[in-house]
Design a protein around this ligand. Structure first.
Ligand SMILES: Nc1ncnc2c1ncn2[C@@H]1O[C@H](COP(=O)(O)OP(=O)(O)OP(=O)(O)O)[C@@H](O)[C@H]1O
Ligand SMILES: [Mg+2]
Length: 545
């Protein structure tokens, strides 16, 4: 085989293998190929193998020694998330273990009671004290490397600390110690990382620690934990050799700044027309149910559209884990309480959705928000709607038929007539468009009435999403809700249109000004309620520029 053929053969092999084996193949290449001038296969191969660096961020952890990069590996056609942290040599590892041992003898940090900054200060002071008292000696740079790991493990999230500090990440999931941790990145979708747990024991202890941080206990007796981490992220974890073979965990990261209607328009999840429609409908007390599959964006849509709730309305929200964030001041946020019983049966100290809704209704709210309806609380929620409380909730259902089936059958068992107190049903979907996940409000359906003869519900669909190839929304131009608003205000069609156009203008103006924070968007919506003329004038002038 000639040199060139040999190189081509190697190149062929290389494409079929992963990065690690690629390197070893390159090492095995004959020297002539590597060095001979004028023959470029090696250069070519290296170039093709090189991962295209797309995004790099430094400065994670102690003294900013950690970093991460996202690269596109063209040989396997995949994005890869690579965490890079200081590596400890054997001596450093020994010193670290000794420091940790002495620290544990001296003190322990109570993870629940003190702020992270305080914990950091306390840990640093104590470690320095141990170093001085025991006369530890370090090589240049070693101390910081060791401290990096101690801080990461004690007050951070251990191996996943950098992942938890990267706000581009939506989900982190670990399916076992033998596979890498996968993340869901806002920009790059589902990608694998170079982070993994060394063995089952390490992962088991990590899962136990995560559960403790969220204030719960995981054990063989109670092997599934649903909790909330201190930063608001949602945790779901299972313990090895129980419901899953190895331990697993999934973390849904909390968004500090929740999505707003402006974001939903910018992402193409809804149109400006739809946003203006929701603005008017919500302002006028329409109740909405957000439906869709897992992670389709139901809660985010509920949160975003809740910004249209008039600022003065009293809101009570009820959730299992706190996800909804609103700028409203007159708002009571309730979460269910579990964990006092050791089995599935409810004890007197557990407080579920049903208890919270009953309590909520006694608090005289104008608006009731329920994170996710699953059981008998749906009955109370629909009764609340029927008695004039505006309600927003999410339900896991992907079509109108499955929704009605879920609502009418146990454990919810809602009489069909009560469904008519609902005004709008929004369907959210996560759709793969050109290889990327996009969230779309695929349909906005109004509940018109229950036909007394056929006992069938009658719906109207003011907005629908067309299709993947024609990614846009279509409006049928008919809406019972808008019609009712028109009648209530004694408007003509033109007046209604003008109102909608004004809101569209305000939304376009917010987009143009890149107003992204939910508090700012909330403030503009609240101000519009009071001084629409002033704001419209300003928006009109600025849109002309
Ligand atoms: N319109 C959107 N555009 C882009 N990303 C979105 C959109 N809506 C939601 N997301 C992101 O998708 C993820 C899932 O969103 P969300 O929690 O709202 O979904 P969900 O349907 O309520 O999920 P679950 O079924 O777990 O309750 C979040 O990380 C969120 O930031
Ligand atoms: Mg949700």
């Amino acid at each position: 085989m000639g040199l060139l053929e040999k190189a081509q053969q190697i190149k062929q092999d290389v494409f079929e293998k992963t990065r690690d084996s690629e390197i070893s193949i390159l090492k095995e290449m004959p020297k002539e190929i590597k060095s001979k001038k004028g023959v470029h296969p090696k250069i070519k191969i290296e170039k093709e193998l090189q991962k295209d660096l797309l995004d790099e961020r430094k400065g994670f952890g102690w003294k900013g020694l950690g970093s991460r990069r996202i690269a596109f590996d063209s040989s396997i056609n995949e994005y890869k998330y690579e965490v890079s942290e200081p590596v400890l040599d054997e001596g450093e590892l020994k010193t670290k273990n000794e420091l940790v041992r002495l620290f544990k003898m001296l003190a322990n940090i109570n993870v629940f009671d003190i702020e992270k900054e305080e914990k950091k200060k306390y840990l640093e002071e104590t470690l320095n004290q141990i170093v001085t008292d025991n006369d530890f000696k370090f090589k240049a740079g070693s101390k910081d490397k060791i401290f990096y790991h101690i801080f990461r493990d004690f007050i951070g999230y251990g191996r996943i600390d950098i992942l938890m500090g990267d706000e581009g990440i939506e989900d982190i999931s670990c399916d076992g110690h033998h596979v890498p941790i996968f993340i869901y990145h806002k920009k790059y979708d589902a990608i694998s990382t170079n982070v993994h747990f060394q063995d089952g024991d390490e992962l088991d202890s990590f899962v136990v620690r995560l559960s403790q941080i969220s204030g719960k206990q995981i054990s063989i007796y109670s092997p599934i934990v649903d909790g909330k981490l201190p930063d608001g992220s949602r945790l779901q974890t299972t313990l090895a050799k129980t419901v899953t073979k190895g331990s697993t965990f999934t973390i849904r990261r909390f968004r500090e700044n929740p999505l707003t209607p402006v974001d939903l328009i910018n992402f193409g999840s809804m149109s400006v027309d739809m946003a203006a429609y929701f603005w008017m409908a919500i302002e006028n007390g329409a109740s909405i149910l957000f439906c869709g599959g897992t992670a389709s964006g139901k809660t985010s849509a509920l949160n975003a559209l809740s910004l249209f709730i008039p600022a003065s309305h009293k809101i009570v929200s009820i959730e299992d884990t706190r996800e909804v964030s609103l700028p409203h001041k007159n708002w009571i946020a309730g979460t269910t309480r579990q964990g006092f019983s050791s089995d599935e049966s409810k004890t007197g100290k557990d407080i579920d959705m049903f208890d919270l809704i009953r309590a909520a209704l006694r608090q005289r709210p104008r608006v009731v928000i329920v994170g996710e309806v699953r059981g008998k609380e749906a009955y109370s929620l629909f009764q609340a709607m029927a008695t004039g409380h505006t309600s927003y909730a999410t339900v896991h259902a992907s079509t109108i038929h499955t929704l009605i089936q879920r609502l009418e059958n146990p454990p919810i068992s809602l009489p069909r007539a009560l469904l008519t107190s609902l005004d709008i049903i929004v369907f959210q979907n996560a759709i793969d468009i050109c290889g990327k996940t996009a969230r779309r409000m695929t349909s906005v359906t109004e509940v018109i009435k229950l036909d007394p003869d056929t006992n069938q519900l009658i719906f109207m669909e003011p907005f629908t999403w067309i299709s993947k190839t024609d990614d846009r929304f279509e409006s049928t131009g008919t809406s019972k809700i808008l019609n009712n608003i028109k009648l209530q205000n004694d408007w003509t069609d033109e007046q209604l249109k003008r109102e909608l156009d004004n809101r569209k203008l305000m939304l376009e103006w917010m987009r143009k000004k890149s107003i992204g924070n939910y508090k700012d968007v909330g403030k503009i919506i609240a101000d519009y309620h009071k001084y629409s003329d002033v704001l419209l004038k300003k928006a009109k002038e600025e849109m002309k520029k």
